[in-house]
Ligand binder design. Structure first.
Ligand code: ADP
Ligand code: MG
Length: 364
């Protein structure tokens, strides 16, 4: 079955969750200057909810009466949408709640999903105000379609639903170390990359995955565990972390990495086209890993090429890309960080699998 399309009603009532601290701290000003006039023209009435602290949006989404809203809009970085998705998935009525179209307007320093939506729409690469204008325009048109999510589980029993990516090693370190430069906007990642390159290190662990195979019909839809209404979607491809991976999985023979990144959208950041082939509902996790032994110069070349999405054409022998349905990462030791949708996570064994078309998102 293909993706189902939808259209927002008019007039349209939008709940806008806005993080005033995201990015350079201009989200509220930009909303009034750029977004509000466009919404007014499109007969979309926004109600603004300003987040006051981490997890505020997540708690609101867990308890909100959703029947009053036609769409939920996030004006922040990817981190706030991660909270919204996970708040919705904590509801007993998550299957119904996840039918509500979600929208992201780039207001943060990490706006990877916004950049990806702009790319899927066939628009030219843009950043800052132009990206905000493009994303607002796509929202105003009102078309929406389905998007895959990835369910991630950790050894300590946490479970997340993720729309963007999971990272460990170099890229995760850049993401988290550069938080202190958030006020620089997207430039935080350039500065962070150069700093992390200077003290490049190796991360030890075991990486396994279930290859996606040649059929590209998307992933099957998520079904509640045991067929019980309200139960979370079952991770049918995974076995418990304490057990060896199933025989159909591949295990990477090398156990020393510079980074591992599992991405499910095209863009890792506004200026990083990591998975040019990725689509909203391709049923794929694009698993990238860089083996240890790569030189600083070669790694820098990979990142520079990623600006245009040509890094896989470099023929770099240390860089690998595999489309997968599920993966497992077992780091040796707990030093360092992991990231989920750009948010920090303590380092521990993690596995994840794709769930087809679990939420709705605007399309051009
Ligand atoms: P950025 O791209 O700039 O990192 P995010 O949307 O990812 O923007 O937000 C970063 C973090 O800020 C999220 O983890 C979110 O929970 C948190 N947050 C939300 N509202 C506030 C607030 N008022 N003050 C501080 N942090 C907040
Ligand atoms: Mg963030």
């Amino acid at each position: 079955p293909g993706a189902s399309y939808g259209v927002l009603p008019r007039p349209c009532h939008a709940l806008v969750l806005l993080n005033p601290q995201s990015g350079a701290g201009r989200a509220l000003d930009d909303f009034h200057a750029v977004v509000q006039p466009m919404l007014a023209d499109a007969d979309i009435t926004p109600s603004i909810f300003i987040t006051e602290r981490p997890h505020h949006a997540q708690e609101k989404m867990r308890d909100e009466d959703l029947s009053q809203w036609d769409t939920l809009v996030v004006m922040s970085g990817d981190g706030l949408l991660h909270e919204v998705v996970n708040g919705l998935m904590e509801r007993p009525d998550w299957e119904e709640a996840m039918k509500k179209p979600l929208c992201i307007l780039p207001g943060g320093s990490g706006n990877a999903l916004a950049a990806s939506i702009n790319y899927y729409a066939g628009n030219d690469h843009v950043a800052k105000k132009k990206l905000l204008t493009n994303c607002t325009f796509i929202l105003c048109k009102g078309l929406h379609t389905q998007m895959d999510l990835v369910s991630l589980s950790t050894a300590s029993g946490k479970r997340f639903f993720s729309f963007l990516g999971f990272g460990w090693g170099f890229i995760a370190d850049v993401d988290i170390d550069s938080e202190k430069y958030r006020r620089l906007g997207n430039a935080r990642f350039t500065l962070g990359t150069l700093q992390c390159l200077a003290r490049l290190r190796v991360y030890q662990g075991r990486l396994s995955y279930l290859p996606a195979g040649p059929e590209h019909g998307g992933a099957p839809p998520a079904l509640p565990e045991g067929g019980t209404e309200g139960a979370l979607p079952a991770d049918s491809l995974l076995v418990p972390l304490g057990q060896p991976v199933p025989a159909s999985w591949a295990v990477v023979p090398e156990e020393e990495f510079v980074c591992v990144y599992a991405i499910y959208q095209s863009h890792l950041g506004t200026n990083l086209l990591m998975a040019p082939a990725a689509r909203l509902d391709d049923g794929c996790i694009h698993l990238f890993y860089v083996r240890a032994g790569i030189s600083r110069v070669a790694l820098l070349k990979v990142f520079l090429a990623m600006g245009r999405g040509t890094h896989l054409d470099l023929g770099c022998p240390h860089l690998h890309h595999v489309p997968v349905r599920a993966f497992r990462l077992e780091p040796r030791g707990s030093a360092g960080v992991m990231t989920v949708d750009g948010e920090a996570l303590a380092c521990e064994p993690v596995q994840g699998q794709v769930h087809g078309r679990l939420c709705r998102i605007p399309r051009a």
